[in-house]
Design a protein. Structure first.
Length: 131
């Protein structure tokens, strides 16, 4: 463990045995690679803070069966539905957009009978609202 002196006191750091990054002594795992202070490997669910977010603009493919004919449901895409008046955003410009609600849904369709199912787009993604 290394120690550094700053104005008004000292800050203790330790060096990660895996990636050699300096880590504040308040943390038990390296911020860069997740290796623990004692040298044990990162947890399986470790994700760096600066890692790119998962792509939530496209629906996740699911193994779904049609409730009507038991056929296979196929991903159509993500559709955004608009609630409220279309005149308000037009009349007020960008300010009018504050009064409009948009919901995104993942759309799946049956190839046999044409039945369509909608799923809330944010469900199943990290950070999604849990019900």
């Amino acid at each position: 463990m290394r120690s550094a002196r700053l104005k008004g006191g000292s800050v203790n750091t330790w060096i990660c045995s895996n990636c050699r990054e300096k880590v504040d002594s308040d943390f038990d795992a390296c911020w860069n690679c997740g290796t623990h202070r004692d040298g044990s490997p990162a947890r399986a669910d470790f994700v760096r803070d600066d890692a790119p977010a998962p792509d939530v603009t496209r629906p996740v493919s699911r193994d779904l069966r049609c409730l009507r004919c038991n056929g296979t449901m196929h991903v159509v895409g993500r559709k955004q539905f608009h609630e409220g008046s279309r005149a308000l955003p037009f009349l007020l410009g960008e300010l009018g957009e504050l009064f409009v609600n948009r919901e995104s849904f993942d759309v799946f369709a049956c190839g046999n009978c044409g039945k369509v199912e909608l799923f809330v787009a944010a469900v199943g993604y990290p950070g999604a609202i849990e019900s």
